[in-house]
Write a protein of this length. Sequence first.
Length: 128
Amino acid sequence: MEYRTSRGLRGRRLSVQVDDMTKSKTYGGGRVCTVSGCETRLSTYNPSSICALHNGGWKDELKRPSRKQRPREEMTRYCSFEPCSREFVTSNPAKKYCSDACRMKAFQARAVAARQMGLGESLVRRAS
C-alpha cells in the first residue's frame, strides 16, 4: 500500500486524512451547460451548472475602464531646462520638458556637471 505522507508518518488514520485533504473536489464528468442551445462540456472541477460564457463573469472585466482609457486633465507647465523655460500643455503629470530636444540637453548638462565634479575629487588623495 502506497502512502502519500512522509516516511515518519505511516499511521493508517493519518494517511487517510491526508489523502482526503489533498484530493480536489470533483462534480462528475460529462456534464453539459444547462442553458438551452449550449453544448459546452463542463469541467469536472467546475461546481456551476452553466459554462463561463453564460455565467457572465467576463462582463465585469469589460465594464471596468483601464488606466489608459480614463481621460486626464491637461495642465500647463514650464520646461525644466532653464535656458528654455518655455510654457507647454500636457496631460502627463510626470512630464518635465517641453520637447525631447530640451530633455536631452538637460541630460547632457547633468552629465557634464557630474564629470567635472568627478575630476575635482580625483585630484584629492584619499587615505586607503
